[in-house]
Design a protein around this ligand. Structure first.
Ligand code: GLP
Length: 247
């Protein structure tokens, strides 16, 4: 039985505002917060709302740090579909988070060493305080695809055909996503003190229900979150539809 708390809203816009307000409160209460950040279409409106709430309330990220969940392997610097570029465009360039504390995994010449270094960098900051997560239609979190070990650490992962298909629209016409990415492992994600999972739209309903209603199963990576004591799911009614009638 999951301990996750659900916050259900009537539209994706209201979800975005609620998540943004929550993150803003966390950073206001503890300016040195270590954020775990996510990408994906779901998060575009969340960063937009967070930037807005930050501007309106004079929120500073100057003492915060961030670690993104994942990044493709092998994209040239500045590639329009890289998660680095996404983060710059939607968040980093709009806030005062110092560039040297806004990290994404970078494969470099030695991807295995880069994975170990990423884990060490997270540990050196005292761990992630709040990890933001989206969810893939197949239940993936970060790029931890079905079958990933629940105790996995930051690693190079192979993307499934369904994830490649889902993410192809982020790439220029005629270009496919790379077959590999570096992702925090499920164990890395579970180490975060709190997790905020966001799901909007009917296409996420089945994955959300599998993650939180069915028994934990490596075939649904997000179901690992059932063992975490501090998970809040922010979702719209369409994504919540598979969870049964609302109390
Ligand atoms: C990607 C990312 C995930 C994200 C998921 C859902 O593959 N690696 O971190 O949660 O897809 O993304 P979207 O919000 O675009 O549906």
């Amino acid at each position: 039985m999951t301990k996750a708390q659900f916050q259900v809203f009537s539209s994706p816009e209201l979800v975005a505002q609620a998540v943004a307000s929550h993150i803003a409160e966390v950073v206001r209460a503890r300016p040195q917060t270590v954020l775990g950040l996510a990408t994906g279409k779901t998060f575009v409106s969340i960063y937009e709302a967070l930037v807005r709430v930050g501007e309106e309330t004079g929120l500073s990220f100057a003492e915060a740090s961030s670690f993104n969940l994942d990044e493709y392997v092998g994209l040239p610097v500045g590639h329009p579909a890289s998660f680095r570029r996404y983060m710059e465009e939607h968040f980093f360039r709009h806030v005062d988070l110092p560039a040297d504390r806004a990290l994404l995994p970078e494969a470099g010449d030695d991807a295995e060493a880069a994975c170990r270094a990423y884990e060490a960098a997270i540990a050196a900051r005292g761990g992630v305080d709040v990890q933001l997560l989206g969810i893939g239609r197949n239940g993936h979190i970060g790029f931890n695809e079905p079958g990933s070990a629940f105790d996995g650490r930051t690693q190079v992962a192979r993307l499934t055909p369904s994830t490649i298909a889902a993410n192809t629209s982020d790439f220029p016409p005629g270009e496919l996503p790379p077959p590999e990415a570096i992702t925090m492992g499920i164990g890395t994600i579970l180490d975060a003190h709190a997790v905020v999972l966001v799901a909007t739209g009917a296409a996420k309903a089945e994955a959300l229900a599998r993650a939180f209603l069915a028994p934990m199963d490596v075939d649904c990576p997000a179901s690992a979150l059932q063992q975490h004591a501090h998970v809040t799911v922010f979702c719209d009614e369409a994504a919540f539809a598979g969870m049964g009638p609302r109390a």
